[in-house]
Design a protein. Structure first.
Length: 162
């Protein structure tokens, strides 16, 4: 049963090919299909997040949780500041494609790390986790990604209605 829990958690983060996410909506990468740089950079109001900033935020937390799970050395996330990296000042297609690629790479690395988690570790805290067990981190990142993917979906709709 514990190995099944790891599979279940990995598929909550990234469903198998041909399957939708558990909540019926897209994954973070699926939500970005067809989103152009101009749309990604758009903000619905002052001090509001953009699709681009949400994309970088999701990528950062996939990176951070993966590091905790696989024990890799703390490095430097390629965008700054860490938690809410700043999108570029101008909406260029090349920069947007690079940031989608960053999310894709971090998401894939996270899923691979999740699949390697020893089920016996689910109730244990990985070093540096600030009190969270591996199981809580796995559930948390799946919920985090789903929550922000919902925000991306809402921003896409608001963009069309602006």
């Amino acid at each position: 049963m514990p190995a099944a829990a790891i599979t279940l958690l990995a598929e909550a983060i990234k469903p198998r090919a041909g399957r939708r996410a558990w909540h019926g909506g897209p994954t973070p990468l699926g939500a970005l299909r067809g989103v152009a740089a101009e749309q990604a950079a758009w903000r619905p109001g002052p001090r509001r997040k953009s699709i681009w900033s949400l994309t970088l935020h999701i990528a950062y937390w996939d990176y951070a949780v993966r590091r905790l799970l696989d024990g890799s050395a703390r490095g430097a996330f390629p965008r700054a500041p860490s938690n809410w990296p700043a999108p570029p000042a101008s909406a260029e297609a090349r920069a947007w494609a690079a940031d989608i690629a960053l999310l894709r790479a971090e998401h894939e690395r996270l899923v691979e790390a999740v699949r390697r988690v020893d089920p016996a570790r689910l109730g244990r805290r990985p070093p540096g986790s600030m009190g969270w067990t591996s199981g809580v981190l796995l559930v948390g990142i799946a919920l985090h990604d789903a929550y922000h993917t919902g925000q991306i979906q809402l921003l896409k709709r608001l963009w069309m209605e602006r």
